[in-house]
Design a binder for this molecule. Structure first.
Ligand SMILES: [Zn+2]
Ligand SMILES: [Zn+2]
Length: 299
């Protein structure tokens, strides 16, 4: 395989969205696949992207919010059943070992894994359902002949509560930066410096933020379109993919009922994306794409 291929597997935020899955990105290069986040739907989306999930051996988790990790059991158990031959490796923030241990054989899916392990073929491949977990801090997280993955803290949830990371990935001479979830911050600007591609969260449009401020809804630890444009221009990135959208473009009546508490409901719908593009463009003039599930980018 020549070059680097990226597929945006899931591009929504944490609520139930009929049109967008939870966070998941696959980078393919040199015949290998690297997953960034493993939110709900990621495993199924790999198959839809024509990638065999049992050939995906490396998973990097930005933070342990459920919309970035809840497909982990599905991924590990289903690829065990698909006769995976390489033990999966999961790289994540402190807490990842606990999450994985409580999820599989020794935890939530004990009964299922135990039942399947009664079959000879499964019993002989138990290592495939026991991921190698590597908890990381800021710095170089992973390296092989094709890829280097660096991580640094971003500003989403205070780190005494939840460790949140962004990534800078060097692959085949290209640089890809991924924000995870974050407010605009210095460390993300550094991770993104001169990148060929910046994949950055853009959870709420400015109009939704103004509404949240007015109605005093919760705290805000995400990046707005205007802030994303500013950061991308400052970091001198060659292209931007905005993602992790907070459902404001939905046409679902169920979602609209809920979103009425969070944003000016008359604006909600696909046309709301117009203001996202307009506001990113206030500061950033380079290549720009608005992510949708299964969107493919070739570098
Ligand atoms: Zn999220
Ligand atoms: Zn989050």
């Amino acid at each position: 395989m020549a070059g680097v291929r990226i597929v945006m597997l899931g591009t929504g935020a944490a609520l139930v969205d009929p049109d967008r899955g939870h966070s998941g990105i696959v980078i393919s290069a040199a015949g290998r696949h690297y997953l960034l986040d493993i939110g709900h739907g990621t495993t199924r989306q790999l198959v839809r992207a024509n990638i065999d999930p049992s050939e995906v051996n490396h998973v990097f988790i930005s933070h342990l919010h459920f919309d970035h990790i809840e497909d982990a059991a599905y991924f590990v158990i289903s690829t065990w059943m698909m006769n995976r031959t390489v033990k999966p490796a999961i790289y994540g923030p402190p807490g990842t070992q606990r999450f994985v241990s409580h999820l599989l054989e020794e935890g939530a899916f004990h009964a299922d894994i135990n039942a399947r392990a009664q079959y000879k073929q499964r019993a002989e491949s138990m290592e495939m359902v026991r991921p190698a977990v590597h908890e990381f801090g800021p710095g170089l997280v992973y390296e092989d002949a094709a890829v280097k993955v660096h991580a640094d803290y971003v500003e989403h949830i205070p780190s005494e509560i939840l460790h949140c990371f962004g990534f800078r990935i060097e692959v085949e001479g290209k640089v890809i930066a991924f924000s995870g979830d974050t407010a605009p911050c210095e460390s993300m600007a550094r991770l993104a410096q001169g990148a060929d591609l910046l994949i950055h969260e853009c959870t709420f449009p400015e109009e939704a933020l103004a509404f949240r401020k007015k109605t005093n809804i919760g705290t805000y630890a995400h990046t707005s379109p205007t802030e994303l444009g500013k950061l991308a221009a400052r970091a001198g990135v060659k292209s931007v993919v905005a993602t992790h959208f907070g459902h404001f473009d939905t046409t679902s009546p169920v979602m609209k009922r809920y979103l009425a508490k969070h944003m000016p409901i008359e604006l909600v719908g696909p046309q709301f994306m117009e203001s996202v593009v307009r506001d990113i463009r206030r500061h950033y003039a380079g290549a720009l794409a608005i992510a949708h599930d299964l969107m493919r980018i070739d570098l």
